[in-house]
Design a protein around this ligand. Sequence first.
Ligand code: NAP
Ligand code: GLV
Length: 316
Amino acid sequence: MMPEPIIATTFTLPDEALALLRVVGAVAGPDGWRDALAEAQALLCLLTDRVDTALLERAPRLRVVANAVVGYEHVDVAACRARGIVVTNTPDVLTGATADLTWALILAAVRRLPQAERSLRAGEFRGWGFWDYLGGDLEGRTLGILGMGRIGRAVARRAGGFGMRVVYHSRTALPGDDERALGAERVDFDDLLARSDVLSLHAPLTPETRHTIGRDALRRMRPGSVLINTARGALVDEAALADALREGPLSAAGIDVYEHEPAVHPGLLDLGNVVLLPHIGSATRGTRTEMAMLAARNVHAVLAGRPPVTPVPLAR
Ligand code: NAP
Ligand code: GLV
């Protein structure tokens, strides 16, 4: 009898994902997952696991790397493809949760919620004050979106409820019908910076997008504008961001992701006008379960000899 394929997992899976995987193999991990690599035909992993040539050399039998998040900059996709290994991710199932968290950050940063809450806890709330705890407005202002993909579009859809205009920049234009449905106007990068009252980042981290929001771009943003980043930390030069929050032009920022996670630039930690979250864009119980299930479905498909459900796209 052929031995069962080994499926290594770097994280704890929900019971329904384990049940699906056990139809096609034996699950090893999360404890000792590295030791299981020598025999593993599948690997379920997260954005904190670097899948590079060193790891691949220790896993000569791998057929599929099922990355249980949507971003995949931590996986050497070219090296996997060269070895015939399928790489998958988890698009769509986390789009709504991440768009909601983006809006939580927009509202928290613009209305200065953490400052108000800290003040109340410090005993400074002495009753309703006409000029106290003032934030900015959203209605009639412009939301800029860098990277109008699944999450960018979901954030744009929610903007209608807040009465905001939407401008966006992506390399590809949306079909005209989609632009009309979202009420979104495609602009070039300079216009995006010049017109956004709130600029929200939703592009993947690639060599092209690293430090897109650097010192020069920050200088060209609107006075008093707000930067939101729920994409990847390295899209932004964090040292330059801290300077732009201290000296202008930014009035506030809302950040979920960092250049060198879990480290946060000390210049940001020192500032009161930036809301800092610990990379929780997709962190709802339902969404994380769906992400694990989709990763499991990808492994199940490949080990059963079928095409993967959600392979990562070819680089363009
Ligand atoms: P997606 O559907 O692939 O959207 C990404 C968009 O970025 C695409 O529309 C793409 O359009 C655009 N883009 C790519 N390169 C660009 C460039 N150089 N300049 C401008 N736009 C560019 O991905 P998604 O599902 O929306 O996810 C987006 C990112 O969010 C992920 O890659 C991940 O890093 C991050 N994320 C974070 C969390 C969190 O927990 N905070 C959760 C989920 C996702 P074009 O190719 O036409 O330019
Ligand atoms: C989370 O950051 C993801 O890429 O899914």
